[in-house]
Ligand binder design. Structure first.
Ligand SMILES: O=C(O)CCC(=O)C(=O)O
Ligand SMILES: [Fe+2]
Length: 517
C-alpha cells in the first residue's frame, strides 16, 4: 500500500491555510485525530498505512468525517471557504476516497477477521488476536494499538447489515453500541452514526438471527432515547407478541453462521493454509525435498550460487532465496507506480492513475516492459540462468507487478488458462507453462502464498522467488497448482510475476504423453 507523501501534506496544508476561528474545538479535535494517524510515531505514512486499522480509520476520516464536518452547522463561520476548498479537491480524481472505497476497506477488515479468526473485541482495541481453545493468542503485536471508535464500528457493521450479513453486523454493532454507550451517547458532528442508529441496526440484526429477546431489550433502550419513535414502538410490540407465541427454549442457543461465499468448497483449506504453513512433509521429513547452492552450470551463477529450496515435488515448487536485491526490488516498485496504467482487480476501474486506485482495489497491477528500466532485462537474464527457460517476448509475458491493498488477497486460482477461449492464447505461444514469482517486499503478518490442493503455504520471503510448473509435461493443466495470495494482515505486499509460455521451451522441457509426469 503506498500513498504519495505529497498528497498527505497537501491535506495537512489545507487545514493550516484555512483560517478557522469558530468553533475551533471541532476542527482542532478532527485535525488532531487525522494528524495523530500520520504522526511520526508510526515512522512515516507507508508504515502507518501497513496497519489495516490505521488505514481504515484514515479512509473514514477522509471520506465521511471530513465531509460531515465541512457541511455541519458547526462550520458556519468558515462555511464558504471550507466548502469551496473541499469541493475543489473533491473534483480531483482519487484525491479523496469515495464511499465505495470506505465500504471496500470495511469488507477488507471483515475478510481479515474471518480468514485469521480474529476476535472483533480485540480488533476494536487495535490488537490482532485469535481465540484458540478458549484462549486468546496474539497473531501480531503492533507497536502502537490504534483503537476504533463506536462510529468506526458502526460503519463496518452497517456495511455488513446492508448486505444482509447479520453474522458480521451483530459482532461489529455490538462493539459500536458498547463504545457509544461508553462515550455517554454524546454526538459529534463528524460522526456518521449515533448510539440510537447503532441500537436500531443491532436490534434488527438480532431479530434476523432469531434472538428476539435481545432485539426487544435493545429496542426498549432505544425507545428511552427516542420515545416518539413509532417504528420502534411497533417493533417492540411485534417482538413481545413473538416471545409470547414462540417462547424461546432456555437451552436454545444458535451459533451464528458465516455467510456463504462462492468458493466455500476450498474456503476451509484456504483459511487454514493462510493461518499455518499446512501439513505437507518438510524437507527434513521427506529426503527428496532439499536445500542446496545452485548454479545450474551457468557461468553467471558460478561465483554466486543461489540458495535453492525445493518445497514440493507434486506440484514441483522451488524457492530461490535472495533472487533480487533490496534496491532492485524498490526500483521495480517505483517504476510500477509511475507507470501510466495500473489495473485494478476486483473493481470497475481499469487503467487509471495509481493514486486513485489505492483506495479501491484489493490488488492492483502494472505490466512492465524490458525498456521500462534496465533492471527488468537483468531479471529476465537471471530467470533464464536459473531455469534455462526462454523468457523473451513472445515466449513469456511482460513482468507483472502486483501490490495488495487493505486486507488485499488473491482468491484461489490457476495461473494457466483453463479454457480455449482465454485471452492468454493471444500471444500464440501456448499456455503458461511456468510461473516465476518474485517477492518484492516483506510483510509484517499474513500474505502467504497458499497451494490449496497441495496443502502447504509459503510465507512471504523478502527478495526470494518462487517457481512452479503449471502444466504437466503432456500439456494438461496441473490441478495441484491451485493457489492463492492470502490476505495481507499487516504490511505492504508487492510481488512480480513472470509467466513463461509453452513455446520456446521445447528443448528445456520436453513434452511427454505420460500424464504422471
Ligand atoms: O501474491 C501471491 O502470493 C500470489 C499471487 C498470484 O498468485 C498471482 O499474482 O497470480
Ligand atoms: Fe497466481
Amino acid at each position: 500500500m503506498v500513498v504519495s507523501p505529497s498528497w498527505y501534506h497537501l491535506n495537512m496544508m489545507s487545514f493550516h491555510h484555512t483560517h478557522i476561528t469558530e468553533p475551533y474545538s471541532f476542527f482542532c479535535r478532527f485535525y488532531a485525530k487525522v494528524s495523530d494517524l500520520h504522526s511520526e510515531v508510526y515512522s512515516g505514512p507507508s508504515a502507518s498505512m501497513a496497519n489495516p486499522l490505521v488505514a481504515f480509520t484514515l479512509i473514514k476520516r477522509l471520506q465521511s468525517e471530513w465531509v460531515n464536518l465541512v457541511y455541519s452547522n458547526e462550520a458556519q463561520e468558515n462555511t464558504q471557504a471550507l466548502r469551496s476548498g473541499y469541493e475543489e479537491v473533491e473534483e480531483e480524481e482519487g484525491y479523496f476516497p469515495k464511499l465505495e472505497d470506505l465500504q471496500g476497506a470495511a469488507k477488507g477488515l471483515m475478510r481479515l477477521q474471518d480468514v485469521y479468526s480474529l476476535q472483533v473485541g480485540s480488533l476494536v482495541r487495535g490488537q490482532f488476536k485469535r481465540i484458540n481453545n478458549g484462549n486468546l493468542i496474539d497473531i501480531y503485536s503492533p507497536i502502537i494499538s490504534i483503537p476504533l471508535s463506536g462510529d468506526d464500528c458502526f460503519l463496518v457493521g452497517k456495511v455488513a447489515y446492508e448486505q444482509e450479513d447479520y453474522y458480521h453486523s451483530v459482532q461489529w454493532l455490538e462493539e459500536s453500541v458498547r463504545l457509544f454507550r461508553g462515550a455517554g451517547g454524546e454526538w459529534s458532528p463528524e460522526n456518521e452514526g449515533t448510539l440510537e442508529d447503532a441500537l436500531d441496526h443491532l436490534a434488527f440484526s438480532h431479530f434476523k438471527t432469531g434472538n428476539v429477546s435481545y432485539a426487544l431489550s435493545l429496542s426498549q433502550e432505544l425507545l428511552n432515547y427516542d420515545p416518539m419513535n413509532r417504528r420502534v414502538s411497533k417493533n417492540i410490540e411485534m417482538y413481545e407478541r413473538l416471545l409470547v407465541e414462540y417462547p424461546p427454549l432456555p437451552s436454545a442457543h444458535t451459533e451464528l453462521k458465516r455467510p456463504k461465499t462462492t468458493y466455500l468448497r476450498t474456503r476451509n483449506t484456504y483459511e487454514r493454509l493462510c493461518q499455518t504453513q499446512g501439513t505437507q512433509p518438510r524437507h527434513y521429513e521427506n529426503p527428496r525435498l532439499f536445500c542446496d547452492y545452485f548454479t545450474n552450470d551457468s557461468p553467471g551463477l558460478l561465483l554466486q550460487p543461489i540458495r535453492r529450496e525445493v518445497l514440493s515435488l507434486q506440484p514441483y515448487v522451488v524457492l530461490y532465496h535472495r533472487f533480487i536485491s533490496d534496491s532492485e526490488a524498490k526500483s521495480i516498485q517505483d517504476v510500477a507506480q509511475t507507470g501510466v496504467s495500473v489495473y485494478c482487480h476486483g473493481s470497475v476501474s481499469n487503467s487509471t492513475p495509481y493514486l486513485a486506485l489505492f483506495w479501491r482495489c484489493s490488488l492492483y497491477s502494472a505490466w512492465l516492459k524490458e525498456t521500462a528500466h534496465p533492471i527488468i532485462g537483468r531479471l529476465d537474464q537471471r530467470i533464464t540462468m536459473l531455469t534455462g527457460l526462454n523468457v523473451q517476448p513472445p515466449y513469456a509475458e511482460y513482468l507483472q507487478v502486483v501490490n495488495y491493498g487493505i486486507g488485499g488477497h488473491y482468491e484461489p486460482h490457476f495461473d494457466h488458462a483453463t479454457s480455449a477461449s482465454s485471452p492468454l492464447f493471444r500471444l500464440n505461444t501456448g499456455n503458461r507453462v511456468a510461473t516465476f514469482m518474485i517477492y518484492l517486499s516483506s510483510v509484517d503478518a499474513g500474505g502467504s502464498t497458499a497451494f490449496i490442493h497441495a496443502n502447504f503455504s509459503v510465507p512471504v520471503v523478502e527478495n526470494a522467488a518462487l517457481f512452479w510448473w503449471n502444466l504437466h509435461k503432456n500439456g494438461q493443466g496441473d490441478g495441484d497448482t491451485l493457489h492463492a495470495g492470502c490476505p495481507v494482515l499487516v504490511g505492504d505486499k508487492w510481488v512480480a510475476n513472470k509467466w513463461i509460455h509453452e513455446y520456446g521451451q521445447e528443448f528445456q522441457r520436453r513434452c511427454s504423453p505420460n500424464p504422471e509426469e
